[in-house]
Write a new protein. Structure first.
Length: 304
């Protein structure tokens, strides 16, 4: 699907026709891919890389444009079952136009509008910054989910909460790799600042982007280390909860077995050393209750 935008007063507005200088292709069809390759002279391999979630970020210079591949978080939904993953995003910067190729969602759709972009190059840098912000937002969500799962694990013996926690740990590994490779990509842009034609303000913005990406990486690393180091403790908690349950079931079983033994002994078809009449029944019931109470008393006294 193709969407067009135009830079107007530093903001990205919906396209108005011939003057549109921002074009977005969401999961392009075969015809759209052929247009990008034949008409805009995009490298076919680079175009395929922009749609490949396993592709590494990189910067390439072509005769008519500059190609950038970077990683960004895939939009998360409840059906993903705690599986956070990443996708690739392709930015193809021409002299007077920016072509964006994405697999899933439009990068210009979101709660925070892009402002201050006067040129396609400005817009490219702000898209890179928005990608970092997107990672930070997902890390906050991962932390909230992790805290919620910890509370459930402390009070439950179900494996599903541990499996959800393992999924979060795996997602953080993917995020760490994506943020790190994005940092390498940002460093390459810095090294080619003169060739790209970055101005003073754009170079300062790129420095800020590099700092934000480093902080994002450190935050993801902290979350990953905490999650990994606490995983064994949480497994032990689940095992301890199971032991407590088994101990309680054992107490209940013994408490039932002793009264049953007493009643069974006095149920035999032999002469009982008890007075005749209805009082015999209540004596047997009292002995059965006393045996159950004795088990509970011993259990409590020994702190079992």
């Amino acid at each position: 699907m193709q969407k067009t935008y135009i830079l107007k007063n530093g903001r990205v507005a919906p396209g108005e026709g011939e003057a549109d200088n921002v074009v977005v292709f969401l999961d392009p069809t075969t015809e759209e891919k052929r247009y990008l390759v034949d008409e805009l002279k995009l490298d076919e391999h680079t175009l395929t890389s922009a749609l490949d979630p396993d592709e590494l970020p990189r910067l390439e210079f072509e005769p008519q444009h500059m190609a950038m591949i970077l990683k960004r978080p895939r939009n998360y939904s409840g059906s993903d079952e705690y599986d956070f993953n990443v996708n690739s995003l392709g930015l193809f910067l021409f002299k007077d136009r920016l072509v964006v190729v994405a697999k899933d969602t439009d990068p210009f759709v979101g709660d925070r509008p892009i402002t201050g972009a006067q040129t396609p190059l400005d817009l490219t840098l702000r898209l890179i910054y928005r990608t970092i912000y997107h990672f930070l937002e997902h890390l906050k969500v991962i932390r909230m989910i992790s805290d919620e799962l910890e509370e459930k694990i402390n009070a439950s013996m179900q494996n599903k909460y541990l499996l959800n926690l393992f999924s979060l740990g795996k997602s953080l590994v993917y995020y760490l790799n994506a943020i790190h490779t994005n940092g390498v990509f940002i460093a390459k842009i810095k090294n080619n600042a003169a060739r790209i034609g970055l101005g003073v303000e754009q170079a300062e913005l790129l420095d800020d982007i590099g700092v934000e990406n480093d902080q994002c990486y450190k935050l993801a690393e902290i979350y990953s280390n905490v999650l990994s180091s606490m995983m064994d403790a949480r497994v032990s908690i689940v095992s301890n909860n199971l032991n407590v349950l088994m101990k309680s079931l054992t107490l209940i079983t013994i408490s039932i077995m002793l009264p049953t033994l007493v009643v069974s002994a006095f149920s035999m078809n032999v002469e009982l050393p008890l007075p005749q009449g209805p009082v015999r029944f209540w004596i047997i019931m009292a002995m059965a209750a006393a045996s159950a109470a004795g088990v509970l008393l011993v259990w409590k006294k020994k702190n079992l």
